[in-house]
Design a protein around this ligand. Structure first.
Ligand SMILES: [Zn+2]
Length: 243
């Protein structure tokens, strides 16, 4: 009996040692299976307001609040986490929206864009993830068109580790320049687009697009692969565009 208990204990320990389920974009860990990989990923399968979605029926509004960026651009590092290339920021870069401050935590990329516009992807997107003091998440999305080389992308790519799990220190990344001015934007409620797919995320998609060269977009795809979660049901979500 004692031996059996030990066996069982050993089994449980080995299970919990693997408590970070393997998720990705292909094979067993592909997006359609995310919700089955872990109880913690429940929202990926059963959530009603998941991201991304296809942006189609937009309500135009002239009473939308301004989005004001006060970024210090003080970064910590660029990480290759196997799912994306991500720049982590020191506290102090703030996005103000609707009277509330959201601190920039990190910026990462997807190829192609995750949100689509009448079914059409942009070749790349930057997601700038923020959090308020009371825990509200807000992601600012900057779409990239293929065009001129982007100096900020150049800096990040040049420092980005090729190997998953590695990072490199980076003191300054001009996120404010990459984002530009947020004049017109689309706003909707959604979720994180990676497990655990947490809902209650404010999404702001800037209409002021950035550019990156063909080679820069290819570099990301060559390093990380395609990493866009497919679009999810909108379930009657309200999509607002500021005028
Ligand atoms: Zn993202």
């Amino acid at each position: 009996m004692r031996f059996l208990n030990l066996l069982l204990f050993g089994f449980l320990v080995s299970l919990s040692a693997e408590n970070a389920p393997h998720w990705g974009y292909t094979g067993e860990g592909a997006p359609k299976n995310w919700g089955d990989l872990s109880n913690e990923f429940h929202a990926c399968k059963y959530g009603k307001y998941q991201s991304p979605i296809d942006i189609t029926d937009i309500i135009e509004s002239d009473s939308e609040k301004p989005v004001v960026l006060s970024y210090k651009n003080e970064a910590k590092e660029v990480v290759n986490n196997g799912h994306s290339l991500q720049v982590n920021f020191k506290p102090g870069s703030v996005l103000r929206f609707d009277g509330k401050d959201f601190t920039l935590l990190q910026m990462h990329f997807h190829t192609p864009s995750e949100y689509t516009f009448k079914g059409k992807h942009y070749p790349m997107v930057a997601h700038l993830a923020h959090q308020s003091k009371d825990g509200q998440l807000l992601v600012l999305a900057i779409m990239f068109e293929e065009g001129e080389e982007n100096a900020i992308i150049k800096q990040i790519w040049e420092n980005a580790p090729k190997k998953a799990g590695e990072s490199k220190e980076l003191a300054k990344v001009a996120a404010s320049e990459l984002a530009g001015k947020i004049e017109n934007y689309i706003r909707l409620d959604g979720s994180l687009t990676t497990p655990p797919c947490t809902e209650g995320v404010i999404w702001i998609i800037s209409k002021n697009n950035a550019t990156a060269s063909k080679g820069q977009i290819k570099f990301f795809t060559d390093t990380i692969g395609k990493n866009n979660r497919p679009t999810q049901p909108a379930n009657g979500r309200v999509i607002i565009m500021s005028e």
